[in-house]
Write a new protein. Structure first.
Length: 131
């Protein structure tokens, strides 16, 4: 109601981000999910936020479900990998580096299908084991 008093022609739409804000700010693509927008409003959001990544239609709850699923699994994976690396008696800095650079890079390469030969061996072995 207050917005309508100050800007009677303003329209609000719901737009949420699938992605981690820090990664998107660093240049990784996110996906903008727009709910309750006309075709014209959707086109404006799509044009204005094109640098962020693609824009799709969907519910706000979908974004929460996607981001929650990824966050839950990545927290679990970090704990498991940290425990495994700790058995190697590495300095904490080496473990942290493996988790923040190696793990992130591996996940990005697997997700985008850009694995090099070293990583592809693990992808192929996992596929064979889980097929």
């Amino acid at each position: 109601p207050e917005l309508q008093q100050h800007a009677p022609s303003a329209r609000l739409i719901s737009a949420k981000l699938i992605g981690q804000a820090g990664e998107v700010a660093g240049g990784s693509p996110g996906v903008i999910v727009v709910d309750f927008a006309s075709d014209e409003e959707f086109a404006v959001v799509e044009r204005v936020l094109a640098a962020v990544g693609p824009t799709i239609r969907g519910s706000e709850s979908l974004v929460l479900e996607v981001n929650s699923a990824v966050a839950e699994e990545m927290v679990r994976v970090e704990r498991v990998v940290r425990a495994r690396l700790t058995t190697l008696e590495l300095p904490r800095a080496a473990v942290d580096s493996a988790l923040t650079t190696m793990a992130a890079g591996v996940l990005r390469a697997v997700a985008t299908g850009t694995c090099g030969p070293f990583l592809q061996r693990f992808v192929d072995a996992d596929a064979a084991q889980n097929s």
